[in-house]
Write a protein that binds this ligand. Structure first.
Ligand code: PLP
Length: 475
């Protein structure tokens, strides 16, 4: 691309994006392509000579888009959202243009200082303690790995980095916590066999009494409790672990307390959900994803830590070529996580927060929560649907219970087929989980541009789809 054509071609790309958003609702939410269908349409070898942007954009529409599952579609209610916003898209365009690699302050002072400031904005707006410091990471999985590695270093007096990891460290979480904890414990060298999953109570919260009993037992057996991961909003049921009790235990036994609020953390922008982090001042680290429910396109994870010195000590490596005169006066984020190279992610957060304003963010979140209340009420009133847990935030877990059907295995099969029917329709995309052995459908209303009509449409699609599942309609 010649530089002189940039404006012309950028306009074409912007027009393409504009058209994409305009036609989004007419596209199937979940891609319908068969495995390898896209791969086979892409030539086996790259082109020798330059191709025209018009041709590339045409192939984008014809070859690539059919293989996209549209995460920004207002009928996308699967998993947890990875919502975006026009403001975030524009900022990302600029980020790519600037192309700064923000490993240290010197490589872009504005990137480092904007990051410092927007993390303070978020920290204060979310009611996190003033002595926490924040850093942007790529995903909650990476941030949790960072937390567990830091806990490991603190517990081994910073010897594990030097000598290797002792095999008697223990990490604790509930049976409901996200798979990223297990992954991190494996990668950290602590070993998955040393991850202890503590049972939950009837509200799916980690049982603090069982945690304490287990820590005591482990200590008696010569094991070394190192880290507890508490969840604020688990993936299956959005359960909120009891932070005050967990913090007291962690303090008593000298254990690092990491809080995974990857998805539900955004709700802390609302004063009415501040109760979820009562006791957070006694935690050591906290993570949430603006890329899930805060209108900031993937990827953008906010990680906060109480004692930044131990974080840096755990991660610092300082080769000659990275030494700078500003060291000690500024934040060099290379030492605050795993990768050296870092994207300028603060820019999109800055754009989103400034464009929405805190009031605008709160308004959107409350809108989603209100829509979920409506959806859940309709599900609860319907004779053939059942709320499996009480709705919370913008999340609803429910199942279809065809009349006269009481066999649990058949109910599970009915719901699996119902989900398949819905998702194949392309009109709506939900995902599933199992709660107490029950196959349930997960509905999350977190799309940036979702409106009430989409939620009503979802109810209608669900009702219609039940008529198409033969298993639920025995003669
Ligand atoms: N923690 C929780 C509670 C989650 O729900 C998820 C993803 O849904 C994660 C962690 C992992 O997030 P990421 O994809 O940013 O690693």
């Amino acid at each position: 691309l010649e530089k002189k054509h940039f404006q012309r071609d950028a306009t074409k790309v912007m027009e393409w994006i504009d058209d994409y958003f305009a036609q989004l609702e007419s596209l199937p939410v979940k891609s319908k392509v068969k495995p390898k269908a896209i791969y086979e349409q892409i030539p086996a070898a790259p082109p020798e000579s330059s191709e025209d942007l018009d041709q590339i954009l045409q192939d984008l529409s014809e070859v690539i888009v059919p293989g996209i599952t549209h995460w920004q579609h207002p009928n996308f209610h699967a998993y947890f959202p990875a919502n975006s916003s026009l403001e975030s898209v524009l900022a990302e365009f600029i980020t790519a243009a600037i192309g700064a690699q923000c490993m240290i302050w010197d490589t872009s002072p504005a990137a480092a200082e904007l990051e410092e400031r927007v993390m303070e904005w978020l920290r204060d707006a979310m009611g996190l303690p003033a002595n926490f410091e924040g850093v942007i990471q790529d995903t909650a999985s990476s941030a949790t790995l960072v937390a567990i590695l830091t806990a490991r270093e603190v517990k081994t007096d910073f010897r594990a980095n030097e000598d290797g990891v002792p095999n008697n460290l223990r990490v604790y979480c509930s049976t409901e916590t996200h798979s990223s904890i297990e992954k991190a414990v494996g990668i950290s060298g602590i070993g998955k066999k040393n991850l202890v999953k503590i049972p939950v109570d009837e509200k799916m919260r980690l049982r603090a009494d069982l945690l304490e009993a287990r820590i005591r037992e482990d200590l008696e057996n010569g094991l070394v409790p190192c880290c507890v991961v508490a969840a604020i909003g688990t993936t299956g049921t959005v359960a909120v672990d009891p932070l005050p009790e967990l913090a007291a235990i962690c303090e008593q036994y000298g254990v690092w307390l990491h809080v995974d609020a990857a998805y539900a953390g955004t709700a802390l922008l609302l004063p009415e959900y501040q109760w979820m982090i009562e006791g957070i001042d006694r935690a050591d680290s906290f993570v949430f994803n603006p890329h899930k429910w805060m209108f900031t396109n993937f990827d953008c994870t906010a990680y906060f830590v109480k004692d930044v010195d131990v974080l840096i000590r755990a991660f610092e490596v300082l080769p000659e070529y990275l030494k700078t005169k500003s060291r000690g006066l500024v934040n060099d984020y290379r030492d605050w996580g795993i990768p050296l190279g870092r994207r300028f992610r603060a820019l999109k957060l800055w754009f989103v927060i400034r464009s929405f304003g805190m009031e605008g963010l709160r308004k959107k979140l409350r809108h989603h929560i209100a829509l979920n209340e409506k959806f859940a009420a309709a599900i609860g009133e319907h004779p053939e649907f059942e709320l499996v847990i009480p709705p919370f935030l913008n999340y609803c877990a429910f199942r279809w219970v065809p009349q006269n059907e009481t066999d649990e295995a058949r109910l599970n099969a009915c719901n699996e087929q119902l989900l398949d029917t819905i998702n194949k329709s392309g009109k709506l995309f939900l995902s599933h989980t199992k709660i107490g052995g029950k196959y349930v459908l997960r509905m999350v209303i977190g799309q940036t541009y979702v409106e009430e009509r989409h939620v009503l449409q979802a109810l209608e699609i669900l009702r219609e789809a039940t008529k198409m599942v033969p298993l639920g309609r025995p003669n």
